[in-house]
Structure formats: structure tokens, C-alpha cells
Design a protein around this ligand. Structure first.
Ligand code: AGP
Length: 369
């Protein structure tokens, strides 16, 4: 096992550090920049389904559901088609409305999650075309889907999903760009700009990983917290959910993720000097609004850990701690803002002596309801 960990103390840390390569492996061979195309056989073979779809329905659980939410923001923006993201466990039991011209996307790292499998079978029974996004090759969901795309993240052993999440977002970004191009919803120059931004993501993730020691020191300060709030807006709202899930599952600290603007509809009542609040406040995404959310937290004495764009000055003056990530287009920022949140949870869990790779009560594949 030590050999498999490749010198890292835990699989989770190894997998966090594998993300630059995993993301590269996910887009390699698919992005044909010189030809201005994205090659995805599972989409190319069924392009009519995607072109004629009146809506896309995404089915998933847990972290994969969070990737689905990021995809909703990306695909709606690029393709201008409605996207609904459903918890597979709810979808399968509520007699959902599914039309023949719906395209259903089932996202699952393991490809074995019972609820996701049952939900996709139900969608198939209603005549929908089902596209699978899985990491494990030959898994049940990948076999059950009409077509699909693998994430190529390599084996993910740590129960807390890390590289599966970022590679799912990568695949779904490629999918959004591809459909947008096929439908004539994106200009050639914009398409190229997106491909170029995506191509640079692995090195930017590497840069974000260089903050590891800084994040560890922040973890030291907050490891004994009983609660933690995570806030984000737009593309980074799902990242707030994912950050909170990561902290909960490996450190057992209670954490909530919220869209930042929802804070005043309830969670603001929780804020006092004992409450660490992680705010994703990158420059492009509703920056002014997030700054005013930060001011609201500060005036209630909450402790602010802000994820900011490199070179930020405004948030730096307000927050107790800032963690920088490189500049990137807004829609791709989740691929970077996720990194410090993974590291923060990891270090807190290690400091608390928790079993990081196999947290209590959790299994890697949830093959029962
Ligand atoms: C993530 O850290 C979790 N362990 C969990 O939420 C997981 O994402 C969920 O069970 C879905 O798994 P899947 O992607 O293999 O379907």
C-alpha cells in the first residue's frame, strides 16, 4: 500500500496532487485545437440527440451531483438549453416527467452507485437518451448508458472524491463547448479562447497546489471549530457545497455550503466570532456582491477565509486569511477554487487524527440505496 501511495501519507493527498495530470489526461486526445474541434466519440455518434434535446437532465449523487451543478451553469451559459440537476435518489422515486427528446446525463465516478443506476434505468424506460460520465471503465453505469465519456482520472482510492470531481467538470466543459459549437451558439474565436483556457488549467492547478503549506497553517487555526460555513456565487456556488461536503466527510466537523446571497435568509444568524466562513471570492464572479457579503460576515465578527484571484487587494483587507488561485475565466474557476478547499479539509482531518482515506460510515461505492 505504501508503494501505491507513491510517497504520499494518504491516497487523498496523492489524488489531490494528481489533478494536473488527471485533467490533462481527460482532455488529451479530445481537444483538437488546430482543427478547432472537440472529439468525443460518444457525442459524435449521437450528435442528433444533443442537437434536438429540449433540455438536459443530470442525475448524480454526492460530489458527482456537485459536478453536475457546475455543469448546469456552464452548459446553460454556452448552449442556452435548460439543464436540470437531480439527486438520483429523489428522481427515481418521484414519478418524474421525462420526455423522449430529453438527454439524460448520469455522472458517477465509480459507475456503481445504486441510486444513479436506478434513476438512469427509469429515464431509459421513458425513452430518454442516456449519456454516462464515469471514471471506472466497464462499470455498470457506463455499460447501461447509450453512450458516454470517461473521465480518465485514474483510480481514485480515497473515499473523499477529489480528482474525479475536477475531471468530471473537465469532461462536462468539453461537452458544453462541443454542443455549443455544433449548434452554432459560440463564435469560432470564443471557442478557441475556451480551449486555450482549458489547455492552461493543469499548470494553474499546479500553481494552486503550491499553496499547500499556507493552507496547512490556516488549517491549524481552525481545526478545533465545531462548525464551518462555505459560501460561493455563480459557478462557485457548487464549489462551496463541495468544500463543505469534503470537510464533513473526513473531519466530521459540521459544515454547510450556501449560495452567498442566501446567507441573509437564515445562515447569517449562525455567524459569531466562533464561526469560520470560507468564501470563494474570485475576481470575475460577482466580485462586488461577494465583497459586500464578506463585509456582512465581518461586521458580525465571523472569521473569513477567502479564496481570491492572485493579486487581489480588496478582499485581502477584509479577510482574516486569503488563499490565492491563478486568474482564469469565470466558468473554469471551479477547477482552481476547489483545490485549496480539498487541501483545507485534508489538513484539518489529519490534524484531528481522522482516518482520511476511509472515513467512518462511508464507502467508496454506494451500491445500496
Ligand atoms: C464524495 O467525496 C463522496 N464520497 C460521495 O459523495 C460520492 O461522490 C457519491 O457517493 C457518488 O459516487 P459516484 O460518483 O461513484 O456515483
Amino acid at each position: 500500500e505504501q508503494i501505491e501511495k507513491g510517497g504520499y501519507p494518504h491516497f487523498m493527498l496523492k489524488e489531490i496532487y494528481e489533478q494536473p495530470q488527471a485533467i490533462r489526461d481527460t482532455f488529451r486526445g479530445r481537444m483538437r485545437e488546430h482543427k478547432g474541434i472537440i472529439k468525443m466519440a460518444g457525442v459524435d455518434d449521437h450528435i442528433d440527440k444533443f442537437l434536438n434535446a429540449k433540455r438536459l437532465v443530470i442525475l448524480a449523487c454526492g460530489t458527482s451531483w456537485h459536478a453536475g451543478l457546475v455543469a448546469e451553469y456552464i452548459i446553460e451559459e454556452l448552449v442556452r438549453v435548460p439543464v436540470e440537476v437531480e439527486y438520483a435518489s429523489e428522481f427515481r422515486y418521484r414519478n418524474p416527467v421525462i420526455e423522449k427528446d430529453d438527454v439524460v446525463i448520469a455522472i458517477s465516478q465509480s459507475g456503481e452507485t445504486a441510486d444513479t443506476m436506478a434513476a438512469m434505468k427509469l429515464a431509459k424506460e421513458h425513452g430518454a437518451f442516456v449519456f454516462g460520465v464515469c471514471n471506472v471503465v466497464g462499470s455498470s453505469i457506463s455499460r447501461e448508458a447509450h453512450a458516454g465519456a470517461y473521465t480518465h482520472a485514474g483510480p481514485e482510492i480515497g473515499v473523499a472524491s477529489t480528482k474525479a470531481f475536477t475531471t468530471q467538470i473537465t469532461v462536462l466543459t468539453l461537452l458544453g463547448l462541443k454542443i455549443a459549437k455544433a449548434k452554432g451558439k459560440i463564435s469560432t474565436s470564443d471557442f478557441h479562447m475556451h480551449l486555450e483556457e482549458l489547455r492552461l488549467i493543469p499548470e494553474k492547478v499546479e500553481e494552486a497546489l503550491k499553496n499547500n503549506e499556507h493552507v496547512r497553517k490556516i488549517a491549524e487555526v481552525y481545526k478545533d471549530a465545531s462548525n464551518c460555513l462555505y459560501l460561493g456565487r455563480g459557478f462557485n456556488f457548487p464549489v462551496a457545497l463541495e468544500g463543505a461536503l469534503k470537510l464533513k466527510e473526513i473531519s466530521y466537523i459540521h459544515a454547510e455550503g450556501y449560495p452567498a446571497a442566501e446567507m441573509k435568509h437564515g445562515p447569517i444568524a449562525l455567524i459569531d466570532e466562533q464561526m469560520p466562513v470560507v468564501v470563494i471570492a474570485t475576481r470575475r464572479g460577482h466580485y462586488d456582491k461577494i465583497v459586500s457579503n464578506i463585509q456582512e460576515i465581518k461586521s458580525r465578527k465571523g472569521k473569513i477565509i477567502a479564496i481570491v484571484t492572485k493579486g487581489d487587494v480588496t478582499v485581502k483587507e477584509l479577510a482574516d486569511h486569503v488563499i490565492e488561485v491563478p486568474e482564469v475565466m469565470d466558468s473554469m474557476s471551479p477547477l482552481l477554487t476547489t483545490i485549496p478547499l480539498q487541501l483545507l479539509s485534508y489538513h484539518i482531518a489529519v490534524m484531528l487524527g481522522k482516518n482520511v482515506d476511509q472515513p467512518r460510515n462511508l464507502a467508496k461505492s454506494v451500491t445500496v440505496e
